[in-house]
Design a protein around this ligand. Structure first.
Ligand SMILES: [Zn+2]
Length: 399
């Protein structure tokens, strides 16, 4: 491949490549990609079918390199040659519409000492050189503020009012997990796959009803960080956010649908473990949400939550009523709380629905039964409609 240097240079901060007008999705070219330890550092080559805008930076706790690019199809990432002790794990996926992220988990602090995109007739190549760094030096680089125009904000968004007009109810459905994070697994089935199927079915049902606009946080089996799921909901102007799961729980009894809302205090140890597991799976692939809020944002969020809290409460009650009215099995404690990060939008009523638990044979049979799923989808639709009508009436009273 004939190569010439398109962009060169970068020491500590992120680098922006020249903007390109793109006609098609870029693809990773695994055969032209390699990660290898070299001269005490790490050399990273990523072949791409075409050049794309990109940025790179490091983050701490755990040390990791984050490479954001205009959307890239990462199929074949697992096949990239890896001969590095310093790179523990690779994850990639879409972080928000049009942007994808590659996260490289590092064994220790490393800084990017060279970053360039080479382009040629047969595509492009991102070439990075990482060198081991001292803890303090690395921490300083990892703490650099997010630059202007960073494609995917690393921090929490500020609350934005989403007044509910006369138009359709904007519902964001969030099929849990995906891509490199399959979620629970039983008998060749993954939670990620089951939830994508259910989300598509529910979306179709809601669209047929006519009163809904529906956005999915992922349309296929790709990894989407929790933070990006929230960003998608914000960008869509969501009136309501439903995260769909069917986890496996080892401890205690877990059968039947359960509605989770956000709280610092988990309703029990199993709920807390469940929320922590979701955050831990996400942390290595994205950005820790908990450290991002600055003081101003926190105050604004508290204000928004005060107003949203009662709306969420009514939403879960409406969903519970509808699920029970449909004769569907619910958990013995149908409404629970835990610190699920994906529910942290302060102003969008957000509920995490465990449709059932894959660890339960009964629930698994239900989740794989199209008739059961259709009944559950109808119940959620009815619950959303009942809540929306009540919410609109109450907000008219408040005005
Ligand atoms: Zn899950």
């Amino acid at each position: 491949m004939k190569l010439w240097v398109l962009v060169l240079g970068l020491l500590l901060g992120p680098v922006a490549a020249a903007a390109q007008e793109l006609s098609a999705l870029a693809r990773l070219v695994p055969g032209q990609s390699a990660i290898a330890d070299r001269q005490g550092g790490v050399a990273v080559d990523l072949g791409l079918s075409q050049p794309v805008p990109w940025r790179v930076r490091v983050l701490d706790a755990p040390p990791r390199l984050v490479l954001d690019m205009r959307e890239v199809d990462w199929t074949g990432l697992a096949g990239v040659a890896r001969r590095s002790e310093a790179v523990l794990d690779l994850r990639a996926g879409v972080v928000r519409q049009g942007w994808s992220r590659l996260v490289m988990e590092l064994a220790g602090p490393h800084l990017v000492t060279q970053a360039e995109m080479l382009t040629g007739e047969s595509g492009a190549k991102v070439r990075l050189m990482l060198e081991p760094a001292g803890a303090a030096e690395f921490a300083a680089a990892a703490a650099l503020p997010e630059p202007e125009g960073w494609a995917v904000p690393l921090g929490a968004d500020l609350p934005r009012a989403t007044p509910r007009g006369a138009g359709p109810l904007v519902v964001v459905l969030d099929p849990g997990h995906g891509g490199i994070d399959p979620g629970a697994e039983r008998d060749e089935l993954t939670e990620a796959g089951l939830m994508l199927t259910f989300a598509r079915e529910l979306k179709d049902l809601l669209l047929r009803d006519g009163g809904f606009q529906v956005i999915l946080t992922r349309e296929e089996d790709v990894f989407v960080p929790l933070e990006a799921r929230i960003s998608i909901a914000r960008a869509a102007g969501a009136h309501v956010f439903l995260s769909l799961h069917a986890d496996a729980i080892a401890e205690g009894e877990a059968v039947g649908a359960t509605l989770y809302t956000l709280s610092d205090e988990a309703s029990d140890a199993a709920s807390q473990a469940l929320a922590e597991r979701h955050d831990r799976d996400d942390l290595l692939s994205g950005v820790d949400l908990t450290e991002q809020d600055d003081l101003v944002a926190t105050v604004l969020m508290d204000m928004a939550r005060t107003e949203t809290g009662p709306r969420i409460e009514r939403l879960t009650l409406a969903l519970e009523d509808a699920i029970k009215a449909a004769g569907l099995r619910m958990h013995r404690h149908p409404r629970q709380t835990a610190g699920f990060s994906v529910l942290k939008s302060p102003d969008i009523p957000s509920v995490l629905v465990e449709l059932g638990f894959m660890s339960s044979a009964q629930d698994l049979a239900r989740l794989t039964d199209p008739d059961w799923r259709a009944t559950m989808a109808l119940a959620l639709r009815d619950g959303l409609k009942a809540w929306a009508a009540q919410d609109a009436a109450l907000s008219a009273l408040r005005r």
